[in-house]
Design a binder for this molecule. Structure first.
Ligand SMILES: [Zn+2]
Ligand SMILES: [Zn+2]
Length: 143
């Protein structure tokens, strides 16, 4: 999938029947400005000052809509703290084991792994996910 800019994302929403609201716009804008792969809670905390009537549930529902339209990717880690990524093109993530920071890492897609997995197991492979763990620059220098 192509890498969307904020304007393209807004266009993609317009082309569906999703109504653009000030809250939706603010959530999208925040996602595209931060490269931090925020959780719904972090988005809520960043925007609650501007939208006092907004709840975490509202943020969640909007993120779900964005996900359905294909302009946001959800990175789930087996608990409730899913992180959201507006870079929907294929890329990998390097994750700090200390502070949880996620940094995009662009590397040619390992498509041959999928082909090989398909051959070996007979599965119909859909996608794969690779994560690289370590200590980020900030945490490294804090020691
Ligand atoms: Zn760190
Ligand atoms: Zn990412």
């Amino acid at each position: 999938m192509a890498n969307h800019s904020l304007l393209e994302a807004i266009d993609a929403l317009k082309s569906t029947r999703v109504r653009m609201t000030p809250q939706r716009h603010a959530i999208l804008e925040f996602l595209y400005e931060t490269k931090a792969h925020p959780t719904a809670d972090e988005i809520y905390k960043a925007l609650e000052g501007r939208f006092p009537n907004m709840s975490v549930a509202t943020v969640y529902n909007n993120l779900r809509v964005f996900k359905e339209v294909g302009i946001v990717k959800e990175l789930s880690y087996g608990d409730s703290s899913s992180r959201f990524d507006c870079v929907t093109s294929n890329h990998y993530h390097v994750i700090c084991k200390n502070c949880g920071k996620i940094v995009d890492f662009h590397y040619p897609g390992l498509d041959e792994v999928e082909t090989l997995a398909e051959h070996v197991t007979g599965f119909e492979i859909e996608n794969h996910r690779m994560e690289i763990y370590g200590t980020c620059v900030t945490c490294k220098t804090a020691h």
